[in-house]
Write a protein that binds this ligand. Sequence first.
Ligand SMILES: [Zn+2]
Length: 421
Amino acid sequence: MRLLYLSFILLLFAQCAETSSPQTENQPTESEVPLYVADMHYGFDFNNWRTVHGKINNGDVLSGVLSPLGVTAVQVDQLIKRSDSIFDVRKIRPNHKWACLFEEDSLAKPSYFIYERNAKDYVVFDLSDSIQVWQGSKPVVTELRAVRGTITSSLYNALDDAGAPAELALEMSSIYAWTIDFYRLQKEDTFELLYEEELVDGVPYGKQNILAAHFLHNGVDRKAYFYDQDTTYGYFDEEGGSLRKAFLKAPVEFSRISSRYTKKRFHPVLKRYKSHLGTDYAAPHGTPIVAVGDGTVTKSSYTSGNGKYVKIRHNGTYETQYLHMSKRAVKVGDAVKQGDVIGYVGSTGLATGPHVCFRFWKNGQQIDHLGEEFPPSDPIREAQMDTFMVAIEKLERLLQETLPEVVPEAEVAVGDSLVEG
Ligand SMILES: [Zn+2]
């Protein structure tokens, strides 16, 4: 039996050493595993060990992987018990990498088994008599990258075409949510980005952080710089203004809240569940109702319940709605600024007295805006301004230095407008 194991192990070693021979998918050679620090992997110097590598096959359980490597059923059993609090071995997944370490003079009995939980984190099983299990993480290296692109169909495609991770589109739309209507991106809008990318074993790990951006939209170069202002950080324009804007606290001045937002609750008098997904502001008939933020009117209509109402989309996340108006002052498609009058207080629809039922939507769900923590929108403070200016000058320089070379035509089109802005 022991001889059988030994020959099996030797067979595996033969495969590992013979790099020119065709490899099965499950047994990548050592050379396929990228190195980060010499031959250190998982905290082991691979020069001191004989190693076997593989990937978990479909349907594999831990014992199925370990027994051909010379680990006994008793050991596997102990190992499962020991790892209980650290890693549930039933969670090993197909295509995840593993490695097995053997001492040079003990080829039949592996010393360590390592399983990669993901590209970064792994679990080490010490197979010696004292069987122990611990977790480790590979070092994450952050690299500076830059990309420029032109929108022809979508931001996703533009990033993809430029060879950048398409996930950056999400981050960009969040940075510019308040300044650019991403529903109305235009062909030939262009952008430049400076971002950090996290790498593990030289491979992108799927996390990027945008440090600086230019977005040329409607002929305006909108800049965004990441800056950490003491405890609050965010994106600011070249004058230190926050790229986020705060909403007005209420859509009518000199009003009082007559009814708050409540999720379904049992009404003791009506003896039924009743929810109120808005905040009512009582005010005299005819009081102007204003938009709580910049946006586009998406509805200006009438229903028997809402009465005359207006709905505004502010960005990809937030919408607001104003009910029971006596008169509407905007139509669908109108662009409104914060504070613009959009209608007047009334009691149309299901209303007992003059008030605005103000409804706040976040990602399509009605929320209580009074309980919502909005991200900070303060500008750079006067005392921080000099430091901020130095920081964004550096970011700007890094962006230009890191951007790839462009073909001459594109350079004129993109370069000119961006340099002047
Ligand atoms: Zn209401």
